[in-house]
Design a protein around this ligand. Structure first.
Ligand SMILES: Cc1cc2nc3c(=O)[nH]c(=O)nc-3n(C[C@H](O)[C@H](O)[C@H](O)COP(=O)(O)OP(=O)(O)OC[C@H]3O[C@@H](n4cnc5c(N)ncnc54)[C@H](O)[C@@H]3O)c2cc1C
Length: 428
């Protein structure tokens, strides 16, 4: 059911729609009351909506379309599995965006986009016109890539890789493992959401099992020959969980081809595994609405112009976050938020016809390997044409003093509070 939360804006929206209908050109014109519609209230969409409402108060009508009343972050969910999330809540609502910033939050799904008419059709049947559309719908799973891994199998071998499948579903499977049982994580090939995520997850599952099932084993069946922060994770696993985690690169199994979720079988090209519980993270592509609207290309992701995050398919649409083909940024909440700032700046600049500045943007991915043992990898980027060029980078090193690792672990929690306050408001 659609619920338009702010009455003041509902009235404003009608005015903006009328103004939009009169606009001769598909640009944000000075003097008009532009309507910016945002699809997806996650890391990219919520940050963008908030940036516009704060940066151009009263000058832009911002409508945010998001089916969930409460957004559950994937970030921090691995730590939650192990109880190392510092007591922070991973559930956030949109109340502050509505009441403090006057954003019209519509709890509904965008069903289709009419790019020519500049209208979004909602599942409820309502139609929302826009002058500028921003989409940040996250990821869709390629359910046809692994035989037998469909939505029903995902209940038995959870991915827990999107907000609609909470980490508790996976934890219940781990808790039910027999003593000394085997848990497998199937990690996809690049590109996918959160490159270090599967390895942080292995660490946090090991932390949990060390307490409740210390003879259990963890297999990582990887579609890659190497992975991000590899030396840091391998070193950490040997120190915290000796003999517990086995990482199997692609050459050792040939790739996951099929699963039998009921019997716990994972069939690879040259080897099969029977396990007691599994976390299958399937290959991914841009969110469904992006693909159905023709905004993604053969890669499965949406090509963009990096400086503005404008789609190269339609100049009235910005694509943010995981759905975008924003090479060489990793698909992370931090990247999505940085891209949201770029797009918000571009939209606000367009209102007064000034040039968008050449912003430098950054991404840092923190991971926890054990309690108080945090590591990070990061880079700064410059938008150059259709992609981002890395201008500097850094990574934690093996053998750092425990106080450095403790500080890095603390930074992770501080980052979480900052990035979620940028999305939903409130104190960082
Ligand atoms: C286990 C795990 C750990 C992670 N840890 C980190 C971390 O430590 N640091 C980090 O930076 N990143 C991390 N990430 C990655 C991060 O979660 C994503 O990169 C980020 O959420 C992407 O933002 P987004 O806006 O593209 O998509 P999302 O945040 O997923 O938001 C998409 C939103 O769009 C909505 N939506 C989809 N389709 C429609 C539609 N048709 N109509 C309306 N709304 C729609 C969805 O409901 C959803 O709320 C992690 C991910 C995982 C899985």
């Amino acid at each position: 059911m659609t619920e338009a939360v702010s009455r003041r804006h509902a009235i404003g929206m009608a005015g903006a729609a009328a103004a939009a209908a009169l606009l001769p050109a598909p640009v944000i014109a000075k003097g008009a009351v532009p309507q910016v519609v945002v699809i997806g209230g996650g890391a990219g969409g919520a940050t963008l909506a908030r940036q516009l409402a704060l940066g151009a108060p009263g000058k832009i009508f911002v409508t945010l379309i998001e089916p969930a009343r409460s957004y559950r972050t994937c970030f921090l969910s691995n730590l939650m599995l192990a109880g190392l999330h510092g007591g922070l809540s991973v559930d956030h609502d949109y109340t502050r965006l509505v009441y403090e910033l006057g954003i019209l939050v519509v709890h509904d799904s965008a069903q289709s986009i009419d790019l020519a008419a500049r209208k979004v059709k909602l599942a409820s049947g309502q139609s929302v016109p826009y002058d500028r559309l921003v989409i940040s719908p996250g990821i869709e799973f390629k359910f046809d890539a692994i035989e037998g891994y469909d939505a029903a199998a995902a209940e038995l071998m959870p991915h827990a890789w999107r907000r609609d499948q909470p980490i508790e579903v996976l934890k219940a499977r781990i808790d039910a493992m027999p003593e000394g049982g085997v848990f497998a994580i199937a990690a996809p090939a690049i590109p996918y959401r959160c490159p270090p995520g599967p390895y942080e997850r292995a660490s946090m599952v090991a932390h949990l099992l060390k307490r409740q099932n210390p003879r259990a084993k963890i297999l990582i069946i990887d579609e890659k020959e190497s992975f991000t922060k590899q030396q840091l994770f391998l070193d950490g696993w040997s120190r915290h969980y000796p003999g517990m985690i086995e990482w199997l690169p692609l050459k050792e199994h040939g790739g996951l081809k099929a699963v039998s979720a009921k019997s716990g079988e994972l069939q690879c090209e040259v080897r099969n595994f029977r396990v007691d519980a599994a976390n299958v993270i399937p290959p991914q592509r841009a969110g469904q609405i992006a693909a159905e609207s023709g905004l993604s290309d053969a890669s499965g992701w949406c090509p963009i112009e990096a400086q503005t995050m404008l789609s190269t398919v339609d100049r009235n649409v910005h694509v943010l976050g995981d759905s975008s083909r924003a090479e060489s940024m990793p698909k992370s909440a931090e990247s999505a938020a940085s891209q949201a700032r770029l797009a918000a700046t571009a939209i606000m600049r367009e209102m007064d016809n000034s040039e968008a500045p050449k912003d430098r943007i950054a991404n840092t991915c923190w991971s926890l390997i054990g309690e108080d043992d945090g590591v990070k990898i990061g880079a700064t980027f410059e938008p150059t044409g259709a992609k981002f060029t890395s201008t500097s980078n850094y990574i934690s090193v093996v053998g750092e003093h425990p106080s450095v690792r403790r500080r890095t672990a603390g930074e992770l929690l501080e980052w979480y509070q900052f990035v979620t306050s940028e999305m939903f408001g409130g104190a960082a």
